[in-house]
Design a protein around this ligand. Structure first.
Ligand code: F6P
Length: 343
Protein backbone atom coordinates (compact mmCIF):
# COMPACT_ATOMS: atom_id res chain seq x y z
CA UNK A 1 0.00 0.00 0.00
CA UNK A 2 1.16 3.54 -0.70
CA UNK A 3 0.36 5.79 2.25
CA UNK A 4 0.78 9.55 2.56
CA UNK A 5 1.55 11.00 5.96
CA UNK A 6 1.18 14.65 6.92
CA UNK A 7 1.22 16.94 9.94
CA UNK A 8 -1.09 19.98 10.05
CA UNK A 9 -1.86 22.87 12.37
CA UNK A 10 0.36 24.13 15.17
CA UNK A 11 3.32 21.85 15.73
CA UNK A 12 4.00 20.26 19.11
CA UNK A 13 6.46 17.83 20.69
CA UNK A 14 5.51 14.25 19.85
CA UNK A 15 4.80 14.65 16.14
CA UNK A 16 8.15 13.18 15.16
CA UNK A 17 7.88 10.15 17.48
CA UNK A 18 4.37 9.51 16.10
CA UNK A 19 5.65 9.63 12.50
CA UNK A 20 8.42 7.24 13.56
CA UNK A 21 5.97 4.81 15.20
CA UNK A 22 3.68 4.85 12.16
CA UNK A 23 6.50 4.28 9.67
CA UNK A 24 8.27 1.56 11.68
CA UNK A 25 5.03 -0.39 12.13
CA UNK A 26 4.00 0.33 8.54
CA UNK A 27 7.22 -1.27 7.29
CA UNK A 28 6.15 -4.51 9.01
CA UNK A 29 2.97 -4.42 6.91
CA UNK A 30 4.92 -3.66 3.74
CA UNK A 31 3.62 -0.07 3.43
CA UNK A 32 5.44 2.54 1.41
CA UNK A 33 4.94 5.66 3.54
CA UNK A 34 5.52 8.94 1.70
CA UNK A 35 5.86 12.25 3.49
CA UNK A 36 3.44 14.97 2.38
CA UNK A 37 5.06 18.29 3.23
CA UNK A 38 3.38 21.27 4.97
CA UNK A 39 0.12 19.58 5.98
CA UNK A 40 -2.87 19.78 3.63
CA UNK A 41 -1.04 22.48 1.67
CA UNK A 42 1.35 19.74 0.50
CA UNK A 43 -1.52 17.75 -0.92
CA UNK A 44 -2.99 20.85 -2.58
CA UNK A 45 0.35 21.63 -4.22
CA UNK A 46 1.56 18.05 -4.71
CA UNK A 47 4.60 18.40 -2.42
CA UNK A 48 5.00 14.70 -1.76
CA UNK A 49 8.30 12.87 -1.27
CA UNK A 50 9.28 10.65 -4.19
CA UNK A 51 11.02 8.20 -1.89
CA UNK A 52 9.22 6.43 0.94
CA UNK A 53 10.38 6.97 4.51
CA UNK A 54 12.94 4.47 5.73
CA UNK A 55 14.14 3.14 9.09
CA UNK A 56 17.23 5.33 8.78
CA UNK A 57 15.05 8.32 7.97
CA UNK A 58 12.88 8.06 11.07
CA UNK A 59 14.81 6.25 13.77
CA UNK A 60 16.40 9.38 15.26
CA UNK A 61 13.06 11.17 15.48
CA UNK A 62 12.16 9.89 18.95
CA UNK A 63 13.76 12.87 20.71
CA UNK A 64 13.16 15.59 18.13
CA UNK A 65 10.69 18.40 18.64
CA UNK A 66 8.67 20.04 15.85
CA UNK A 67 7.75 18.07 12.75
CA UNK A 68 10.18 16.84 10.12
CA UNK A 69 7.30 16.91 7.63
CA UNK A 70 6.70 20.63 8.31
CA UNK A 71 3.25 22.06 8.87
CA UNK A 72 0.71 24.67 7.77
CA UNK A 73 -2.76 25.77 8.73
CA UNK A 74 -4.23 25.18 5.26
CA UNK A 75 -7.94 24.40 5.08
CA UNK A 76 -8.70 23.00 1.59
CA UNK A 77 -12.44 22.98 2.33
CA UNK A 78 -12.38 26.80 2.29
CA UNK A 79 -11.63 26.90 -1.40
CA UNK A 80 -13.24 24.59 -4.00
CA UNK A 81 -10.14 24.77 -6.24
CA UNK A 82 -7.88 23.65 -3.38
CA UNK A 83 -10.26 20.85 -2.48
CA UNK A 84 -10.30 19.64 -6.07
CA UNK A 85 -6.50 19.71 -6.09
CA UNK A 86 -6.43 17.60 -2.92
CA UNK A 87 -8.75 15.02 -4.48
CA UNK A 88 -6.87 15.02 -7.80
CA UNK A 89 -3.48 14.64 -6.11
CA UNK A 90 -4.75 11.82 -3.91
CA UNK A 91 -5.39 9.89 -7.12
CA UNK A 92 -2.48 11.25 -9.16
CA UNK A 93 0.08 10.15 -6.56
CA UNK A 94 -1.62 6.76 -6.25
CA UNK A 95 -2.25 7.06 -2.52
CA UNK A 96 -4.24 4.26 -0.94
CA UNK A 97 -4.68 6.21 2.29
CA UNK A 98 -3.53 9.22 4.27
CA UNK A 99 -2.48 9.32 7.91
CA UNK A 100 -3.12 12.85 9.17
CA UNK A 101 -1.56 14.05 12.42
CA UNK A 102 -3.33 17.08 13.79
CA UNK A 103 -5.86 18.73 16.03
CA UNK A 104 -9.53 19.53 15.42
CA UNK A 105 -8.85 21.47 12.20
CA UNK A 106 -6.50 19.02 10.47
CA UNK A 107 -8.53 16.03 11.58
CA UNK A 108 -11.71 17.85 10.58
CA UNK A 109 -10.38 17.86 7.01
CA UNK A 110 -9.46 14.15 7.31
CA UNK A 111 -12.99 13.44 8.51
CA UNK A 112 -14.59 15.32 5.61
CA UNK A 113 -12.33 13.61 3.08
CA UNK A 114 -13.35 10.24 4.50
CA UNK A 115 -17.01 11.20 4.01
CA UNK A 116 -16.10 12.20 0.45
CA UNK A 117 -14.84 8.67 -0.18
CA UNK A 118 -11.11 8.91 0.63
CA UNK A 119 -9.33 6.60 3.05
CA UNK A 120 -7.99 8.55 6.02
CA UNK A 121 -6.84 7.83 9.56
CA UNK A 122 -6.23 10.49 12.20
CA UNK A 123 -3.61 10.75 14.93
CA UNK A 124 -4.49 13.35 17.59
CA UNK A 125 -1.94 15.97 18.54
CA UNK A 126 -2.28 19.34 20.17
CA UNK A 127 -0.62 20.99 23.10
CA UNK A 128 -4.09 22.35 23.94
CA UNK A 129 -5.27 18.80 24.87
CA UNK A 130 -8.76 19.73 23.71
CA UNK A 131 -9.71 16.88 21.37
CA UNK A 132 -12.74 14.82 22.31
CA UNK A 133 -12.69 11.02 22.46
CA UNK A 134 -9.13 10.82 23.79
CA UNK A 135 -7.91 11.26 27.37
CA UNK A 136 -4.75 13.05 26.23
CA UNK A 137 -3.13 14.43 23.12
CA UNK A 138 0.63 14.42 22.82
CA UNK A 139 2.33 17.79 23.02
CA UNK A 140 0.33 18.73 26.10
CA UNK A 141 2.61 17.15 28.70
CA UNK A 142 5.73 18.67 27.15
CA UNK A 143 4.13 22.13 26.95
CA UNK A 144 3.01 22.02 30.57
CA UNK A 145 6.55 21.07 31.62
CA UNK A 146 7.95 24.12 29.82
CA UNK A 147 5.41 26.31 31.60
CA UNK A 148 6.10 24.82 35.02
CA UNK A 149 9.79 25.49 34.55
CA UNK A 150 8.96 29.08 33.53
CA UNK A 151 6.62 29.51 36.52
CA UNK A 152 9.27 28.26 38.94
CA UNK A 153 11.69 30.82 37.56
CA UNK A 154 9.09 33.59 37.72
CA UNK A 155 8.36 32.71 41.33
CA UNK A 156 12.03 33.30 42.22
CA UNK A 157 12.15 36.74 40.70
CA UNK A 158 8.68 37.66 41.99
CA UNK A 159 9.76 36.81 45.54
CA UNK A 160 13.02 38.74 45.24
CA UNK A 161 11.17 41.89 44.18
CA UNK A 162 7.97 41.41 46.21
CA UNK A 163 5.96 41.53 43.01
CA UNK A 164 2.97 39.87 41.48
CA UNK A 165 3.62 38.14 38.16
CA UNK A 166 1.13 36.89 35.57
CA UNK A 167 2.20 34.00 33.34
CA UNK A 168 0.17 33.77 30.13
CA UNK A 169 0.08 30.32 28.53
CA UNK A 170 -1.45 28.93 25.33
CA UNK A 171 -4.73 27.08 25.02
CA UNK A 172 -7.13 28.41 22.47
CA UNK A 173 -10.59 27.42 23.66
CA UNK A 174 -9.67 25.07 26.48
CA UNK A 175 -7.81 25.80 29.69
CA UNK A 176 -6.07 22.46 30.17
CA UNK A 177 -2.59 23.94 29.80
CA UNK A 178 -3.32 26.74 32.27
CA UNK A 179 -5.00 24.35 34.70
CA UNK A 180 -2.16 21.83 34.79
CA UNK A 181 0.50 24.54 34.79
CA UNK A 182 -1.23 26.40 37.59
CA UNK A 183 -1.66 23.32 39.77
CA UNK A 184 1.90 22.12 39.17
CA UNK A 185 3.38 25.55 39.79
CA UNK A 186 1.37 26.19 42.96
CA UNK A 187 -0.16 29.33 41.43
CA UNK A 188 -2.13 31.76 43.57
CA UNK A 189 -4.82 32.17 40.91
CA UNK A 190 -5.65 30.29 37.71
CA UNK A 191 -7.67 31.77 34.85
CA UNK A 192 -9.24 29.61 32.14
CA UNK A 193 -11.40 30.42 29.10
CA UNK A 194 -14.12 28.18 30.57
CA UNK A 195 -14.49 30.32 33.73
CA UNK A 196 -15.80 33.89 33.45
CA UNK A 197 -13.17 36.37 34.56
CA UNK A 198 -13.86 37.98 37.95
CA UNK A 199 -11.25 40.73 38.24
CA UNK A 200 -12.26 41.65 41.81
CA UNK A 201 -11.92 38.06 43.00
CA UNK A 202 -8.56 37.68 41.26
CA UNK A 203 -7.20 40.90 42.76
CA UNK A 204 -8.44 40.02 46.25
CA UNK A 205 -6.70 36.66 46.00
CA UNK A 206 -3.47 38.14 44.68
CA UNK A 207 -3.46 40.66 47.52
CA UNK A 208 -4.05 37.95 50.12
CA UNK A 209 -1.25 35.77 48.75
CA UNK A 210 1.09 38.76 48.60
CA UNK A 211 0.26 39.79 52.17
CA UNK A 212 0.97 36.24 53.33
CA UNK A 213 4.21 35.40 51.50
CA UNK A 214 5.42 38.61 49.87
CA UNK A 215 4.72 37.77 46.22
CA UNK A 216 2.00 36.26 44.03
CA UNK A 217 1.85 34.21 40.86
CA UNK A 218 -1.12 34.10 38.48
CA UNK A 219 -1.38 31.62 35.59
CA UNK A 220 -3.75 32.72 32.83
CA UNK A 221 -4.81 31.12 29.59
CA UNK A 222 -4.48 33.26 26.46
CA UNK A 223 -8.14 32.43 25.74
CA UNK A 224 -9.60 34.17 28.81
CA UNK A 225 -12.42 36.54 27.88
CA UNK A 226 -11.47 40.09 28.77
CA UNK A 227 -14.09 42.80 29.30
CA UNK A 228 -14.46 45.41 26.55
CA UNK A 229 -12.19 43.58 24.11
CA UNK A 230 -13.21 44.43 20.57
CA UNK A 231 -12.17 41.47 18.38
CA UNK A 232 -13.82 42.70 15.19
CA UNK A 233 -10.50 43.88 13.75
CA UNK A 234 -8.51 40.82 14.78
CA UNK A 235 -6.66 38.63 12.29
CA UNK A 236 -8.10 35.16 11.70
CA UNK A 237 -6.30 32.01 10.53
CA UNK A 238 -7.52 29.75 7.69
CA UNK A 239 -9.85 27.92 10.06
CA UNK A 240 -11.38 31.18 11.32
CA UNK A 241 -9.63 31.28 14.71
CA UNK A 242 -8.59 34.60 16.24
CA UNK A 243 -4.81 34.78 16.72
CA UNK A 244 -4.99 34.86 20.49
CA UNK A 245 -1.39 35.72 21.26
CA UNK A 246 -2.16 39.21 19.94
CA UNK A 247 -4.75 39.83 22.65
CA UNK A 248 -2.02 40.23 25.30
CA UNK A 249 -4.11 38.75 28.09
CA UNK A 250 -1.20 38.54 30.54
CA UNK A 251 -0.27 42.17 30.07
CA UNK A 252 -3.89 43.31 30.46
CA UNK A 253 -4.29 41.33 33.68
CA UNK A 254 -0.99 42.59 35.10
CA UNK A 255 -2.00 46.21 34.51
CA UNK A 256 -5.36 45.59 36.14
CA UNK A 257 -3.77 43.93 39.18
CA UNK A 258 -1.31 46.79 39.61
CA UNK A 259 -4.03 49.44 39.23
CA UNK A 260 -6.40 47.80 41.69
CA UNK A 261 -4.01 46.46 44.35
CA UNK A 262 -1.10 48.88 44.12
CA UNK A 263 1.27 45.90 43.88
CA UNK A 264 4.10 46.13 41.40
CA UNK A 265 3.10 43.59 38.75
CA UNK A 266 4.79 42.11 35.69
CA UNK A 267 3.69 39.66 33.03
CA UNK A 268 5.45 36.98 30.99
CA UNK A 269 4.38 34.90 28.01
CA UNK A 270 5.86 31.51 27.18
CA UNK A 271 4.21 31.62 23.73
CA UNK A 272 5.72 29.39 21.08
CA UNK A 273 8.49 28.25 23.43
CA UNK A 274 5.79 25.86 24.71
CA UNK A 275 5.60 24.21 21.30
CA UNK A 276 9.31 23.52 20.77
CA UNK A 277 11.95 21.31 22.30
CA UNK A 278 12.31 17.59 22.89
CA UNK A 279 9.10 15.75 23.79
CA UNK A 280 8.67 14.56 27.38
CA UNK A 281 8.93 10.82 28.01
CA UNK A 282 5.13 10.69 28.41
CA UNK A 283 4.61 12.31 25.01
CA UNK A 284 7.22 10.08 23.35
CA UNK A 285 5.46 6.96 24.58
CA UNK A 286 1.93 8.21 23.80
CA UNK A 287 2.89 9.43 20.32
CA UNK A 288 4.73 6.21 19.50
CA UNK A 289 1.82 4.02 20.61
CA UNK A 290 -0.67 6.13 18.65
CA UNK A 291 1.51 5.96 15.53
CA UNK A 292 1.75 2.18 15.78
CA UNK A 293 -2.02 1.83 16.30
CA UNK A 294 -2.76 4.08 13.33
CA UNK A 295 -0.64 1.85 11.09
CA UNK A 296 -2.72 -1.08 12.32
CA UNK A 297 -5.92 0.78 11.35
CA UNK A 298 -4.58 1.27 7.84
CA UNK A 299 -3.51 -2.37 7.61
CA UNK A 300 -7.01 -3.46 8.65
CA UNK A 301 -8.56 -0.89 6.31
CA UNK A 302 -10.32 0.57 9.32
CA UNK A 303 -10.63 4.07 7.89
CA UNK A 304 -12.47 7.14 9.13
CA UNK A 305 -10.92 6.48 12.52
CA UNK A 306 -8.83 8.48 14.96
CA UNK A 307 -6.56 6.58 17.31
CA UNK A 308 -6.93 7.60 20.93
CA UNK A 309 -5.83 6.83 24.47
CA UNK A 310 -8.51 5.82 26.94
CA UNK A 311 -7.78 4.65 30.44
CA UNK A 312 -4.25 3.74 29.40
CA UNK A 313 -5.34 1.71 26.37
CA UNK A 314 -4.90 2.73 22.75
CA UNK A 315 -8.11 2.44 20.76
CA UNK A 316 -9.63 3.56 17.45
CA UNK A 317 -12.69 5.83 17.53
CA UNK A 318 -14.78 7.50 14.84
CA UNK A 319 -12.87 10.54 13.66
CA UNK A 320 -16.16 12.29 13.09
CA UNK A 321 -17.06 12.10 16.76
CA UNK A 322 -13.63 13.30 17.83
CA UNK A 323 -13.79 16.52 15.82
CA UNK A 324 -17.44 17.35 16.53
CA UNK A 325 -16.97 19.13 19.85
CA UNK A 326 -13.95 20.35 21.77
CA UNK A 327 -13.08 18.84 25.14
CA UNK A 328 -12.97 21.76 27.53
CA UNK A 329 -12.25 21.83 31.27
CA UNK A 330 -15.41 20.89 33.22
CA UNK A 331 -16.41 23.61 35.64
CA UNK A 332 -16.68 20.98 38.42
CA UNK A 333 -13.00 20.18 37.96
CA UNK A 334 -12.06 23.84 38.21
CA UNK A 335 -14.27 24.30 41.27
CA UNK A 336 -12.62 21.32 42.94
CA UNK A 337 -9.13 22.85 42.72
CA UNK A 338 -10.08 26.39 43.82
CA UNK A 339 -9.24 25.25 47.36
CA UNK A 340 -5.58 25.37 46.32
CA UNK A 341 -5.60 29.14 45.95
CA UNK A 342 -8.47 30.56 48.01
CA UNK A 343 -6.55 30.71 51.30
O1 F6P B 1 -2.13 24.69 18.11
C1 F6P B 1 -2.77 25.32 19.16
C2 F6P B 1 -2.10 26.60 19.48
O2 F6P B 1 -0.83 26.34 20.03
C3 F6P B 1 -2.94 27.47 20.40
O3 F6P B 1 -2.76 27.16 21.74
C4 F6P B 1 -2.50 28.85 20.02
O4 F6P B 1 -3.53 29.79 20.25
C5 F6P B 1 -2.23 28.73 18.56
O5 F6P B 1 -1.89 27.39 18.33
C6 F6P B 1 -1.13 29.62 18.03
O6 F6P B 1 -1.06 29.47 16.66
P1 F6P B 1 0.10 30.00 15.70
O7 F6P B 1 1.29 29.08 15.88
O8 F6P B 1 -0.47 29.91 14.35
O9 F6P B 1 0.43 31.38 16.16
Amino acid sequence: MKIGILTGGGDCPGLNPAIRGFVLRGLDYGFKVHGIRYGWKGLVQGIIDDAPLTVAGVEELIRQGGTDLRSSRTNPYKDPAQLQAVKDNFKKFGLDAIAALGGEDTLGVASKLFKDGFSTVGIPKTMDNDLSETDYTFGFDSAVQVNVDAADRLRDTARSHSRAIVLEVMGRHAGWVALHTGISAGADYILLPEVPLDVDAMCAQVKKAHDRKGYALVVASEGVDLPDLDESEKKLDAFGHVILGERNVGEWLAKEIEKRTGLETRSAVTGHIQRGGAPSAFDRVLATRLGIRAAQCVHERDFGKMVATRGGDIVAVDIDKAVGTLRTVPIELYNSIVTLFNK
